[in-house]
Design a protein around this ligand. Structure first.
Ligand code: GDP
Ligand code: ZN
Length: 460
């Protein structure tokens, strides 16, 4: 056990709710519960049957703070691997804070961000990749992200890393024999065998990395840009799409002031909708920067929704934007369909490629939005979204380590082909072995561990 302290935190989000959970973990968890929780069933909370729910009262001396359930999870069979007590109280900010401060008064210390999961890792309950997937589950946007995070937590990634490292280890050992006993004529046999094995590892890593690059949207969503000149109806369309998706809209923090970003899902397809329009509506002096930024975001977009005001004739700016759609996934939207249409559809057709669909709708009257959504689904659906069974890397740290390992494998293959001495190959393979190990947390330093868990929330 790595810590003698007992940590405590509110594990549920702040705000009113049906229930709220306070979690204690550490050597004194049961004793602290004993001092603050009263239940008719027990004289002493130390005697609690593990995993049994006890109904009772949290007491601050003679005062009842709140009523609820308590459960004792005995080390090592708990989330953290330590003694854990969880109180299920009413989901009231005041009640939960009072229960927490009581626990602190009785000897617990406030848990740091992610400290429960960090303890689970340090106590060997889960490896680092699994610990990170816990946070991915909490922050998953969309079904595909959840499926991946869950599979990482189940150990699919850890298993892959483990198997690949085993193969590397096997060949490192064989090569070391040839270094130590050069007179043993193993060379020819091993070089062939090793080239073949390295090629297999190379291919499997390459596929994993390519698939993960392609599947980046599983975690982030497809970058979708609302393009079009001022007043075409971009903001109205954004609102119409958000309205339809109101229940699952989340605000994305940290977006720039003049770009509105919203994360939404359309029939299971995660999108990050970006309305760059605000830039152009803003003061004139920033217009140049705005145009540049809008152009850049169009370049980076996975999907462009080009909005045209259908009630007025096409302008040069419309033509310019239409011509820039070449080679991009895009949908041209003739908006304001409730008004008389004056934008020439034939001309629009002539400016865009055949595959780019044109659709009419009215953003203001939220009419035709469902057809747009169908179109988006059809256009953006990829097998990766269904590929729950395939392993993806969704974490940048893992991706970086996998790419570094692949590079080292490449190097080793080259040394092999160039018939360099075995030492060279061993050095690269050993390094690749370590890099892969960092994914699951072998030989990682405290600093890295701390920085990873700092991204967690308190109470997890
Ligand atoms: P943006 O500058 O491209 O973001 O355009 P806005 O969404 O701000 O809309 C510009 C103006 O067009 C506003 O006055 C809207 O009310 C109006 N508008 C947007 N969509 C429609 C529509 O479908 N029909 C009509 N009649 N007006 C619309
Ligand atoms: Zn706008």
């Amino acid at each position: 056990m790595y810590e003698q302290t007992t940590i405590a935190a509110i594990a549920t989000p702040p705000g009113e709710g049906g229930i709220g959970i306070i979690r204690l973990s550490g050597i004194d968890a049961a004793e602290i519960a004993n001092r603050m929780f009263e239940t008719k069933k027990l004289h002493n909370f130390h005697d609690a049957v593990p995993y049994m729910m006890y109904y009772g009262k949290v007491m601050d001396n003679d005062r009842i703070v709140d009523r609820g359930l308590a459960v004792y999870m005995k080390a090592p069979h708990s989330y953290t691997g330590e003694d854990v007590v969880e109180f299920q109280m009413h989901g009231s900010v005041e009640a939960l804070r009072s229960v927490l401060s009581l626990a602190l008064r009785h000897g617990a210390v406030p848990a740091d961000k992610g400290e429960f999961t960090k303890r689970a890792f340090l106590n060997g309950r889960i490896d680092l990749a699994q610990a990170e997937s816990v946070m991915d589950i909490i922050t998953a946007r969309g079904q595909a992200a959840l499926v991946q995070a869950e599979s990482h937590l189940s150990g699919a990634l850890s298993q892959y890393v483990h198997e690949t490292r085993e193969k590397l280890k096997e060949f490192i050992t064989k090569l070391e024999v040839t270094i130590d006993y050069p007179e043993e004529d193993l060379e020819d046999l091993t070089v062939d065998e090793i080239s073949k094995a390295l090629e297999e590892i190379n291919q499997s890593l390459t596929q994993l990395i390519t698939r993960s690059h392609r599947g980046r949207f599983i975690q982030d969503g497809f970058k979708t840009v609302l393009a079009g000149r001022p007043n075409a109806g971009k903001s109205s369309l954004l609102n119409a799409l958000l309205q339809e998706d109101r229940a699952i809209v989340t605000d994305m923090p940290g977006t720039t002031r003049d770009t509105i970003e919203e994360s939404i899902r359309i029939g299971g397809i995660p999108l990050i909708l970006m309305d760059t329009a605000g830039i152009r509506d803003a003061e004139n002096q920033v217009e140049a920067i705005g145009i540049e930024r809008a152009r850049k975001s169009m370049e980076e977009a996975d999907l462009i929704l080009m909005v045209i005001d259908g009630s007025v004739p096409l302008t040069d700016e419309d033509r310019r934007i239409l011509s820039s759609l070449e080679g991009k996934k895009a949908i041209v939207i003739l908006n304001k369909y409730d008004l008389e249409q004056k934008a020439g559809e034939a001309e629009i057709r002539s400016l865009i490629s055949e595959e780019t669909p044109i659709i009419h709708l009215s953003a203001q009257y939220v009419s035709g939005i469902d057809r747009l959504e169908e179109l988006i689904q059809k256009l953006m659906h990829t097998e990766d979204l269904d590929a729950g069974r395939q392993l993806f890397l969704t974490n940048l740290r893992h991706m970086d380590l996998a790419e570094k390992s692949l590079e080292l494998i490449h190097q080793a293959q080259k040394s092999c082909a160039d018939k360099l001495p075995a030492d060279f190959i061993v050095v690269d393979l050993t390094e690749a072995f370590h890099k892969l190990g960092e994914i699951t947390g072998e030989n990682v330093d405290d600093e890295l561990i701390n920085s990873i868990f700092q991204n967690f929330c308190v109470g997890k």
